[in-house]
Design a protein around this ligand. Structure first.
Ligand SMILES: [Zn+2]
Ligand SMILES: [Zn+2]
Length: 276
């Protein structure tokens, strides 16, 4: 019975973390392929770090750099440079470096996220980034004690703090193993197992070809559960799908290497307006 309860708690906590990362941080803040309702956006900016342990601005910055420099020497987490298993530590080091650069006011890094008109999170400004992890650990211990089940507590903690493992699966395996629907200069692949485990994020080849699309699946057998979460979130008004003219210009999302044409000033203004 407790094993089943632990599995359900893990699944629920994992879902919360994935929703934040794939819908709110990735498709929302980093790419603007869904537009967050202003209240939802303010909530994510304020509480995202507390829920996931990951800073929304630093995450978006690292991710845009990944798109711009995918699988080159400047990619923050490519298996081409780091090896598949080196991505685990490499992505953490890159994240820390980018977070430190943003907090120091590094001009180049801040330019990458110039449309994200909010500072890095309070926990990172105050250099207490461990606090969210400690709070989730405290909740996990409370659950374990209350229900006399260390497994239940571990399920909660590992589900809520699962992002490093999700990120590793996507960044390492979906840039090395899998099939390709699009020929591209990068090494992105569509990895079905990772896509299933990480709610569509494993379709990196599709996503690198069409980063402006909220939907990462393209072929009939590809299932993007993260897009399903976007649709569900749009039903309750938390996000909306932008009209073509309101999308973020590609070069503002770090897609300089794949830019198809210059964005007009008005499209930039529309995109920024749509985020307010
Ligand atoms: Zn990628
Ligand atoms: Zn992306």
């Amino acid at each position: 019975m407790m094993i089943l309860a632990s599995a359900l708690v893990f699944a629920a906590a994992y879902l919360v973390n994935m929703f934040f990362i794939t819908v709110l941080y990735h498709r929302g803040l980093a790419h603007g392929s869904v537009v967050l309702h202003p209240r939802a956006r303010a909530w994510v900016v304020r509480y995202g770090s507390w829920v996931t342990g990951i800073d929304p601005k630093a995450w978006a910055c690292m991710h845009r750099l990944h798109h711009e420099h995918s699988d080159t020497g400047l990619d923050p987490h490519s298996p081409v440079n780091l090896g598949v298993f080196g991505v685990m530590l490499g992505q953490l080091k890159s994240y820390e470096r980018i977070l430190a650069g943003l907090s120091r006011g590094n001009k180049k890094l801040n330019a990458v996220v110039s449309d994200l008109d909010f500072p890095i999170s309070w926990v990172n400004r105050k250099k207490v980034w461990l606090l969210p992890y400690a709070i989730h650990l405290f909740v996990a211990v409370l659950l374990a004690v209350a229900f006399h089940s260390p497994i239940l507590g571990a399920a909660y903690f590992l589900g809520m703090m699962s992002h490093p493992v999700q990120g590793f699966m996507v960044n390492a395996f979906a840039h090395r193993y899998g099939y390709r629907n699009h020929e591209s200069a990068d090494q992105s692949t569509n990895n079905t197992l990772v896509a299933w485990l990480a709610m569509g994020e494993g379709y990196q080849n599709n996503h690198h070809a069409h980063p402006e699309s909220a939907k990462f699946s393209e072929r009939w057998f590809e299932v993007d559960a993260g897009y399903g979460l976007c649709v569900a979130a749009s039903k309750i008004g938390m996000v909306r799908f932008p009209k073509p003219g309101q999308r973020l210009p590609r070069e503002e999302c770090g897609f300089a290497s794949v830019t198809t044409g210059p964005a007009s000033a008005s499209s930039t203004a529309n995109a920024r307006a749509s985020f307010r």
